[in-house]
Design a binder for this molecule. Structure first.
Ligand code: ADP
Ligand code: MG
Length: 238
């Protein structure tokens, strides 16, 4: 059974159709990259999966359960944004533990979960700091830590590295791969960066104008692009 299944998912904003029927099965533990040019609907689809945007038509299912009508906090999904979205008045530890605290978990359990996530990301020395006292890379680690703490069934990443400089992006890519190996979680990662897609993805879905052009392993897309768009976008000769 798919960890995450999308069936005929559609979305329009007013008269403009942004997603025109997305079908995709994502296996448990798979790292799937959604890649495509700016404006092709990647963020909108992630927001629909996370419950931040209504689903006009079609179905989203997690482990076989339809979640279209399930509240965002109940979906077992954690999303990491490009903009970090940390609470400025809270410490790193408070930011990371906030969702568990809101869910009514005892302070000791929250503390333990935060400590575990901080150890995985090697940010223990930052736990008592405020977001303004962190670098961009550190903030993004905290944002990822906040997602880990919730032990989601599915992680969603929306261009999490695009605010970082090039050297740090490369380093964070390696860390994200390690994190995926360590947690073994299902992850969906959105980017418009072809190199990021090719290096991170077990599987890549190439988006264009609200549709998926092709889904496959990086090497498969590179050597056997289904069409001119995929060939051009992933930069392989044809
Ligand atoms: P991507 O993440 O691939 O760059 P988006 O999902 O952000 O693309 O946007 C897809 C299209 O939907 C764009 O044309 C964008 O302008 C439009 N769009 C996104 N959100 C809204 C909204 N809330 N209202 C109207 N149009 C929107
Ligand atoms: Mg986007």
């Amino acid at each position: 059974m798919a960890a995450l299944a999308l069936r005929g998912v559609r979305k329009s904003f007013g008269p403009v159709e942004v997603l025109s029927g997305i079908d995709l099965d994502i296996a448990e533990g798979e790292f799937t990259v959604f890649v495509g040019p700016s404006g092709c609907g990647k963020s909108t689809l992630l927001r629909m999966i996370a419950g931040l945007e209504d689903i006009d038509e079609g179905e989203v299912a997690i482990a076989g359960e339809r979640i279209n009508e399930v509240a965002p906090a109940e979906r077992g999904i954690a999303m990491v944004f490009q903009s970090y979205a940390l609470y400025p008045h809270m410490t790193v530890a408070q930011n990371m533990g906030f969702a568990l605290k809101m869910a009514g978990q005892p302070a000791k359990a929250v503390e333990a979960a935060v400590a575990r996530a901080a150890a995985i990301l090697q940010i223990e020395p930052l736990l008592s700091r405020k977001p303004r006292e962190l670098s961009g890379g550190q903030r993004q680690r905290v944002a990822i830590g906040r997602a880990i703490v919730r032990k989601p069934a599915v992680f969603l990443f929306d261009e999490p590295l695009s605010n970082l400089d090039a050297a740090l992006r490369v380093q964070m890519r390696i860390e994200l791969s390690k994190l995926h190996q360590e947690l073994g979680s299902t992850m969906v990662y959105v980017t418009h960066d072809q190199v990021e897609a090719m290096t991170l993805g077990d599987r890549i879905a190439v988006f264009n104008g609200g549709r998926i052009e092709q889904v496959g392993a990086p090497l498969e897309l590179y050597t056997r692009p289904a069409n001119q768009f995929v060939a051009g976008f992933l930069g392989s000769p044809r």
